[in-house]
Design a protein around this ligand. Sequence first.
Ligand SMILES: Nc1nc2c(ncn2[C@@H]2O[C@H](COP(=O)(O)OP(=O)(O)OP(=O)(O)O)[C@@H](O)[C@H]2O)c(=O)[nH]1
Ligand SMILES: [Mg+2]
Length: 312
Amino acid sequence: MKKQQQNDGKRKGIIVAHYGVAVDVLFADSGEQSMVRVKRNSGHVVGDNVEVEDEVLNRLERQSELCRMDARGGIHIVGANLDVLCIVVTCEPMSSPGFIDRAIVASRAANLTPVLVMNKSDLDCFKSYYKSVQPIFKDSVELFSVSAETGINLHALEDFFSEGHRGIFVGSTGVGKSSILNKMLPNINLSTGEISETKKRGRHTTTVSTLHMLPRGGELVDSPGFNDFGLVDTTIAELATFFPGFEKAVELPCKFRDCKHREEPDCSVTELVEEGEISRERYQTYLQILTEVEMIEAEPKFRERRHRRKKN
Ligand SMILES: Nc1nc2c(ncn2[C@@H]2O[C@H](COP(=O)(O)OP(=O)(O)OP(=O)(O)O)[C@@H](O)[C@H]2O)c(=O)[nH]1
Ligand SMILES: [Mg+2]
């Protein structure tokens, strides 16, 4: 690449950390990391492929982009150029209801493969939590039950990533995202935080996303914890298609092509609910998220955003 630098003066690399006014770039030629200044709110994220010339950083086109909306309507790019979303959950602290569903839908809508990482399998509360979550998602996504504390089953996650995936850990603060990475890569020493005794919550220890190369292949991004996974880039039609547990139903035809699976006649989803193939609880979760997606879709700023994305 030294040669390439002489040829065109541009060095290719990938953003491995983002610190507001500077990004850490891992250069493909030398394998070295160095900081490059960027404007605040430049819109770059970890995973972005870049070209650097005379300290000026140019972002290359993204292959994928995963976005979410927070509770206040702000849009965040979770990561770029990823192919896997690792949804990390545990019994303490427990994620907000519907977090896993929203994350799976967002992931599928962005063309990423969602996987569920259930951490802290060493805790007493884990068994019953696993029993309540595993049956819901087992047929929809690959599931890893692990412990960062004991290291159990982390090899399965490493095997999966060694196929060459680039994934990101997302989940509430305190579920153990950084701890899992520390166990997989003992030299990186990411900060981890205690769970508050009274509130049983994490402390938002990780504040910036960082990308790490795994020893047996693949890459993983550690990210700051969050609870809100507003489906900013999911259409109403996509919601039912990607909702975990509706896979069989959406293969069957409904009377109306634009059926929202609410009160329309001859609807394949509500028929499966009546037959008990889809539980009423799961169906209620779908209806709740549907209302949210309708509200987001009705907002002009989000409609325009979708329109722009569809054109690109
Ligand atoms: N018992 C047990 N504790 C764990 C495990 N994994 C993480 N912890 C603990 O959970 C707490 C939070 O872990 P972190 O790794 O900081 O969690 P995080 O998801 O990175 O949190 P944020 O960076 O705030 O989003 C720490 O006290 C860890 O020691 C586990 O497998 N078992
Ligand atoms: Mg962390």
